[in-house]
Design a protein around this ligand. Structure first.
Ligand code: ADP
Ligand code: MG
Length: 221
């Protein structure tokens, strides 16, 4: 007998609303149901914007050509809206589409924060620097949740690619306190919400002044 999986994957928009409730910073964004709403949102947020498909049937948006960045004008917003819906339909004919997310363009380095539930240790927190550092070098660090501030600081300092955080080639150092704060808040959020089976912030954008989640995925029990 096969059982339907009981877990539910939240859309990026839903997941980020949960993060905001727990004071984890996310990109400015609005869900648009049509082109007019999308244009209005883009003008409010400020160009250039990023636009993304919002569908419970599309978990990995890039795979469905569901992310368009660097949208600079009102007419580009209208075009992007149509294109995203078209791409989603081509990817999955019957996909439920909640709308299109219009989002500020985040600036900085891309980091990754994730949590999962280990059968032995329970909730575990993962941290790494996005791109080749995670994918090729597998340079990530883990802690059992809940973590302390000292744990969070160690997670940053024990990465092999930690020099990226200090800024190389004349770049300014990234705001490490902002990252540490978010690691602590994510730990706290997952500790207090036993229903969160998995959480992914990928990417977390960090620059010299701030850090914010540009994408989030949450799997509920
Ligand atoms: P996916 O569901 O495929 O993971 P993402 O929302 O992570 O989609 O977007 C894919 C990529 O687009 C990100 O890894 C990042 O490089 C870029 N991106 C996404 N959102 C933003 C944003 N608000 N500002 C700048 N770049 C972004
Ligand atoms: Mg992502």
């Amino acid at each position: 007998m096969s059982e339907k999986p009981k877990h539910r994957v939240l859309t990026e928009y839903e997941a980020k609303q949960l993060l905001v409730k727990h004071k984890i910073p996310v990109t400015k964004e609005e869900l648009a149901k049509n082109k007019e709403q999308a244009v209005k949102a883009a003008k409010k947020i400020g160009f250039p914007v990023v636009m993304k498909i919002v569908s419970p049937d599309i978990v990995h948006k890039t795979e469905a050509k569901g992310v368009i960045i660097n949208i600079k004008t009102e007419s580009e917003v209208e075009q992007a809206f149509e294109q995203l819906v078209k791409n989603a339909r081509a990817y999955k004919r019957n996909a439920v589409i909640n709308g299109v997310l219009v989002q500020e363009t985040a600036i900085g380095k891309e980091l990754i924060i994730g949590t999962s539930t280990d059968p032995q240790f329970g909730p575990v927190l993962m941290f790494g620097i996005g791109g080749i550092f995670v994918e090729v070098m597998k340079d990530v660090t883990f802690r059992v949740i809940p973590i302390t501030k000292a744990d969070a600081e160690e997670m940053l300092s024990e990465l092999k690619s930690r020099s990226v955080l200090d800024g190389f080639r004349g770049e300014k150092p990234l705001n490490k306190n902002a990252i540490i704060n978010i690691l602590l808040k994510v730990s706290d959020f997952v500790e207090k919400n036993q229903k969160v089976r998995e959480l992914d912030i990928n990417p977390l954008f960090v620059n010299e002044t701030e850090a914010k989640a540009a994408d989030a995925r949450i799997i509920l029990e």
